[in-house]
Ligand binder design. Structure first.
Ligand SMILES: [Zn+2]
Length: 469
């Protein structure tokens, strides 16, 4: 009896103490710190992480930064250079290769969006094939989950080079997500608190503004980006790992067996001296020395060439962000001829996202396969959307190129702008001629009511291989 009342007393004491504690302080769980990243890398395909790996090796091992990677596709539409599997099975393999490559870098936070690998140079094709909205929602959610300080992605622009539409679409999606993740009216279900113990729809995330965005470009002429961002040596020896940064980046790339098995075989048999020679030669090295991270924009100020983490206080919330996305006035007023498609989109997109300072070629350019049909998308902007109009298009093409369609007079309906398409058959070139080929210019002049409404030019390089436009 005596023991029982003592036990009761202790129990009462404990319960009332718990009640007082509960009144004082009921801890609410915060964000899961395991998923907080310093750098979020968003790339199109497994193996594209290599745009940045020499810097990532430095950031992870010597700057002690946390890195997360998102791939927008699983890379199922390329050729399998290693074995038989194709299509969805190849995508399954490439997802594993990407995870292995990232694991070698020490990156375990790896996600894949639902973009489908799309073989074209047109970012608008990629976005249409992926489902632009659903993937943007997913990426905004991943920014709110990982709360990155800086974001790395592909350069948004059309260039002579690899110029993959998926790369460009990934850059576009990432810029959009960068500008939207801090906006509480964007994808609000991600921010809504759970309503039950077993919530499965609402995410209870918080808004987040990454502080800076940087790009990697696959333009052939990388010199045009010199001075456009901070540079980091690829050949410097990592103080912690005692090896050059390129070496660890190369080790990581060896996981991509379906992409370049011959190179992997060759490289795996090379001595350290041979590898050093291969990677130091500008003609055979995989990375430029130094590596330039092309600056996009910053919400914490600073100069484009400042260090990536300059002005950044890790974990700091940016409260006041200028309205990021604004539709700007068209730079050309009245009736006008414009280069349409991706070029027109980029002109409007860069202005809307505050990226007017990004480098662009003085004349728009593209590389296409010799012997293929060149498509030149055109837009006629109408001064008066309520008036039908007539335009006359005149084309100047290099000798040996044949205009198939798109020249002569066109009767346009009354509307804001009309899309037209010019098709030009390009000549097939011999291997020798392809080696010597230089970009050539296509010019389009448009007249309405006997007056010129503008001229557009496109520099076109004929190549042995290029993705379809
Ligand atoms: Zn790629």
């Amino acid at each position: 009896m005596k023991h029982l009342s003592f036990a009761l007393f202790v129990l009462l004491l404990a319960t009332s103490a718990a009640a007082i504690r509960a009144q004082e302080n009921q801890a609410v769980r915060g964000a899961d710190e395991r998923y907080k990243a310093d750098i979020l890398v968003v790339m199109a395909h497994p193996d594209d992480e290599a745009f940045f790996t020499p810097y990532l090796v430095r950031a992870i091992n010597d700057l002690h930064k946390r890195v997360a990677i998102v791939f927008s596709t699983r890379g199922g539409s390329g050729a399998n250079h290693g074995a038989r599997e194709r299509g969805p099975a190849l995508a399954d393999e490439r997802e594993i290769e990407a995870r292995q490559a990232c694991a070698k870098l020490g990156i375990s936070l790896v996600w894949f969006l639902d973009g489908k690998d799309t073989a074209s140079q047109d970012l608008l094709d990629s976005l249409a094939n992926w489902g632009h909205g659903a993937n943007l929602e997913r990426l905004v959610g991943l920014i709110r989950l990982t709360r990155p300080e800086v974001v790395f992605t592909h350069f948004p622009g059309v260039f002579i080079g690899e110029n993959h539409g998926d790369h460009q679409a990934t850059g576009v999606l990432t810029i959009e997500a960068f500008d939207l993740a801090a906006n509480p009216i964007v994808f609000p279900a991600q921010l809504a608190a759970g309503r039950s113990q077993h919530e499965f729809l609402l995410s209870n995330l918080q808004t987040w503004q990454p502080k800076k965005i940087y790009f990697g470009s696959d333009a052939d002429d990388f010199k045009q980006f010199e001075g456009s961002g901070p540079t980091y040596s690829v050949h410097e020896v990592s103080p912690s790992l005692k090896k050059p940064y390129w070496r660890l980046a190369l080790n990581s790339a060896m996981a991509h067996r379906t992409q370049f098995p011959e190179d992997i075989e060759r490289i795996s048999k090379m001595s350290d001296e041979q590898l050093e020679k291969l990677m130091s030669d500008p003609n055979t090295g995989w990375w430029t020395e130094p590596l330039t991270l092309i600056f996009g924009k910053s919400v914490v100020g600073g100069e484009p060439t400042d260090d990536v983490f300059a002005n950044i206080k890790t974990g700091e919330e940016i409260q006041e962000v200028p309205a990021n996305i604004q539709k700007r006035q068209a730079s050309v007023a009245g009736t006008a001829l414009l280069l349409g498609g991706p070029w027109q989109f980029y002109a409007e997109f860069r202005a809307a996202h505050g990226l007017e300072n990004l480098r662009q070629t003085s004349t728009p350019e593209i590389g296409v396969k010799a012997g293929s049909t060149l498509l030149v998308p055109l837009t006629i902007r109408h001064a008066d959307a309520n008036q039908a109009m007539k335009v006359n298009l005149k084309i100047e093409a290099p000798s040996g190129w044949k205009v198939i369609s798109g020249q002569g007079e066109f009767a346009l309906p009354a509307e804001n702008s009309t899309a037209l398409r010019l098709e030009i058959e390009t000549p097939a070139l011999s291997a020798d001629d392809l080696k010597k080929a230089k970009p050539e210019e296509v010019k389009v002049n448009a007249e309405a009511d006997g007056h010129s409404i503008g001229e557009v030019k496109l520099r076109v390089l004929l190549r042995s291989h290029a993705l379809p436009q």
